[in-house]
Design a protein around this ligand. Structure first.
Ligand code: ZN
Length: 184
């Protein structure tokens, strides 16, 4: 799942190039909305696997992230958040959009794989805000970044905790005797 990552590397500026609270909040909003999509997809996958416990957990996390997304809009108040085009993104090396990864979500994905995907995304979000804390242009930006970083740290801890309950599957997990036909 990781080979394409390297080739997809962009020379996009990183969070240190974010200039205003509005721009910061717009990025945070995208991270939350992506997270909602990801957790719903992972919940779908776990339903396919009849893992209702993990499906419910992912669904809950999706709801949690959705709440955060709404909160960002509310707290932005009068500040009009810029609508970011992909060329406006300043993810730098923390490249947030995981659309490509989601496209490849394997239909045989086990709970362990689902949690690994969640963990990668949460860690990336944490690293993004961590960098922002260090490079924020003013105190308000720094304060927001610290808050978001704390939330992401909480998510990382939660997913890591779940991983202790769902160990890595045996190596032959993906050998399907009757593979589905993929339409590209
Ligand atoms: Zn998160």
């Amino acid at each position: 799942m990781s080979e394409d990552k390297a080739t997809a590397k962009t020379s996009q500026p990183g969070p240190e190039a974010i200039e205003s609270v509005e721009e910061l909040l717009a990025h945070a909003y995208v991270i939350e909305v992506d997270a909602v999509e990801r957790y719903n997809l992972l919940a779908d996958q776990m339903e396919v696997h009849n893992n209702s416990e993990l499906a419910a957990l992912f669904r809950k996390l999706a709801g949690h992230e959705e709440h955060h997304a709404k909160e960002i809009l509310e707290r932005a108040g009068d500040k009009a958040l810029p609508k970011l085009k992909s060329s406006d993104y300043k993810w730098g090396e923390f490249e947030a959009p995981e659309a490509a990864e989601l496209d490849r979500a394997h239909y045989l994905m086990t709970p362990w794989h689902a949690l690994q995907m969640a963990l990668r995304a949460e860690k990336r979000a944490f690293a993004f805000f961590d960098q922002l804390v260090k490079t924020a242009k003013d105190d308000e930006m720094k304060k927001w970044s610290e808050e978001f970083r704390e939330e992401e740290a909480e998510h990382v801890r939660l997913v890591e905790e779940l991983l202790t309950r769902y160990p890595e599957p045996a190596e032959d997990w993906a050998e399907d005797p009757d593979p589905p036909v993929y339409l590209e």
